[in-house]
Design a protein around this ligand. Structure first.
Ligand SMILES: Nc1ncnc2c1ncn2[C@@H]1O[C@H](COP(=O)(O)OP(=O)(O)OP(=O)(O)O)[C@@H](O)[C@H]1O
Length: 336
């Protein structure tokens, strides 16, 4: 067991549901709901990096925003540093939000184009010598103290992401939520930013919720990962265990589609066929059954519960035993 697991969780999400009203009746009452996040639970321990993966639209960003309490959840509870985020009053919530910072995909949109970058960073600092400390943060993320007085448009995309990271670090957070934080960058710049995040993680003892559709990036950065499909968690476990022996049919398909050179499984791909169903009308039972090569009548009956699938791993599949007994890479009719 990882030493950090002996500590109390930093973040606990229990049964979180986030639905959006997308249509209303003549009386203005919601008549149609979009199911963005459905019954998501996860735990993050101090110092850990938890990856959240899944295709576009599966609810990753909504989950991040719900954790920050930017939305009123439809149900469920978020506990951060032992405090219930949902019941925090505004001053408490402001304090909690200093402790959990988010870095987004678009570093240009995230910065005010009319303010010098140093001022944006200094906003997050308290006490004396704010300029000096903002300059030190710029240097810590690989920029220069003199960059303090420059404007966002004077920087490259990678440099702007460094500025966003410096700004996120200013309030000395415990948790950094990286929402597709390297996705918009060139591959070589992605690697540099990931290195920087790894260093900061060690230096500041930061915990990460690392959201990405890019499995290779998640593999390089995360201790554990949680796989989402249409708003729900379908599998969770230590990163390497999930990559080498994925349990859920969706995880298998997702991982086999990643072009990671692997002599043990040359050229084997389970193709993910068909489209993700609409979150307005999710299928009954297991949402993945409409694309799953293992689907059986039982899969339509009820949403499968998360069940143990090995050491510190669990997956939500009614046919888990059959799926896991089969070969990993070419178990499906969808195999090409
Ligand atoms: N404020 C909102 N109102 C209505 N629907 C929303 C809202 N925010 C997100 N959604 C919908 O919720 C679902 C989940 O979106 P979300 O952005 O969380 O997914 P994602 O996995 O982060 O995808 P991406 O990587 O493309 O951002 C999508 O169907 C999206 O259209």
């Amino acid at each position: 067991m990882n030493e950090s697991n002996l500590n109390a969780p930093l973040l606990e999400v229990e049964g979180l549901v986030q639905r959006f009203a997308v249509a209303s009746d003549v009386l203005g009452r919601p008549s149609q709901w979009l199911h963005a996040v459905e019954d998501v639970s996860l735990t993050l321990y101090p110092g850990e990096s938890l990856g959240i993966v899944g295709e576009s639209g599966c609810g990753k960003s909504t989950l991040a925003r719900a954790i920050l309490h930017l939305y009123e959840p439809s149900a469920g509870r978020v506990t951060f540093m032992g405090r219930d985020v949902g019941s925090a009053r505004s001053a408490d919530l402001r304090a909690l939000r200093r402790d959990m910072q988010i870095v987004l995909q678009d570093p240009f949109g995230a910065l005010n184009p009319r303010r010098i970058v140093g001022a944006s960073i200094a906003d997050g600092l308290k006490g004396p010598d704010r300029r000096k400390r903002a300059e030190a943060l710029l240097e810590r993320v690989g920029l220069k103290a003199a960059d303090y007085s420059r404007y966002p448009h004077e920087f490259s995309g990678g440099q702007r992401q460094r500025i966003c990271i410096a700004r996120a670090l200013a309030p000395e957070p415990k948790l950094l939520i990286a929402d597709e934080a390297v996705s918009a960058l060139d591959v070589s710049v992605q690697a540099q930013i990931l290195n920087l995040l790894s260093e900061l993680r060690a230096d500041f003892g930061l915990s990460f919720l690392f959201i990405s559709h890019n499995l290779a990036v998640v593999r390089s950065f995360c201790d554990r990962l949680t796989v989402m499909y249409l708003g729900r968690v379908v599998e969770t476990g230590p990163t390497e265990a999930v990559f080498s022996d994925p349990a859920h049919p969706y995880t298998r398909a997702l991982i086999s589609a990643v072009p990671i050179p692997d002599p043990a499984h040359p050229g084997q791909h389970t193709l993910l066929e068909g489209d993700v169903p609409s979150p307005l009308t999710p299928p009954s039972g297991c949402a993945f059954r409409t694309r799953c090569p293992h689907a059986a009548p039982i899969c339509a009956q009820s949403v499968p519960a998360m069940t143990p699938a090995g050491d510190r791993r669990s997956a939500a599949c009614a046919r888990l035993d059959d799926v896991m007994r089969g070969p990993i890479w070419d178990s499906a009719e969808g195999t090409k």
